[in-house]
Design a protein around this ligand. Structure first.
Ligand code: FPP
Length: 233
């Protein structure tokens, strides 16, 4: 029997180390990392995965140097302007999750445009976590629910796991089955804390810019050997 594999979430780590090993600036690692984003999204689609969520920039990443943050934002501008086109043509639906008010207006406008123009695409749902923090996401949902209870739109007894999930940025996306983190670090870094309750984890030493379709395939093969019990005996 094979395990259900609808959704893979990835923590793309190791861009900085990849660049340092080559004597390059950190942003050169992010640039290569962004190319891998496109390759891996296409690969996920080909391997039959329905949803892919990639951690591109956390709320904590705003604390990095001005130069690095600007470099990442400009890279994002470039991708929004042209490179996501390939995914659009590959029937990929693109959504962004995270705190938009922290991002520049021109970036948010382009993000919204891309979300709108890919909304009907069906082959792969790609979520890009940008200025994302899971605790912030949960707090945002709690405040929304509290306001709706206060206004009488919902009653306390109607709040269950489903209604709560529907208040998160990932509303409508099934929980991840598998979480992959690259670069050898073994931590979750405020990523999808609610959604990964029953996910399987895979940690690889490969740095994100070196990650590719073959490794994704191998990880999926490993995942298929696991026994998922969801807390049952
Ligand atoms: C972690 O590596 C990576 C990031 C903080 C940025 C990830 C961003 C990309 C892969 C580019 C995304 C671009 C688009 C267009 C979606 P690190 O910098 O923490 O590496 P280190 O741990 O080796 O220093």
């Amino acid at each position: 029997m094979t395990n259900k594999l609808e959704h893979i979430a990835v923590i793309m780590d190791g861009n900085g180390r990849w660049a340092a090993k080559r004597g390059l600036p950190r942003n050169a690692g992010h640039k290569k990392g962004a190319e891998v984003v496109i390759e891996v999204a296409k690969a996920a689609k080909e391997l039959g995965v329905k949803f892919l969520t990639l951690y591109a920039f956390s709320t904590e990443n705003w604390k990095r140097s001005r130069e690095e943050v600007d470099g990442l934002m400009n890279l994002l501008r470039e991708y929004l302007a042209k490179d996501f086109k390939e995914l659009k043509e590959n029937d990929v639906r693109i959504r962004f999750i995270g705190e938009r008010q922290m991002l520049a207006d021109d970036i948010v406008a382009k993000m919204e445009e891309l979300e709108k123009s890919t909304a009907q695409n069906k082959s792969l749902g790609l979520q890009i976590a940008l200025s994302y923090g899971s605790r912030q996401e949960i707090l945002h949902a709690v405040k929304q629910i509290a306001a709706e209870v206060k206004s009488g739109d919902i009653s306390l007894k109607d709040i269950d796991e489903q209604t709560f999930s529907a208040m998160l940025y990932t509303a409508g996306v099934p929980d991840p089955d598998l979480v992959i983190r690259t670069s050898g670090e073994q931590r979750i870094s405020n990523y999808l804390l609610w959604q990964i309750a029953y996910a399987e984890f895979f940690f690889t030493k490969t740095l994100w810019p070196d990650f590719n379709k073959n490794e994704l395939r191998e990880i999926i093969e490993n995942y298929q050997t696991r026994e998922r019990r969801y807390g049952k005996a």
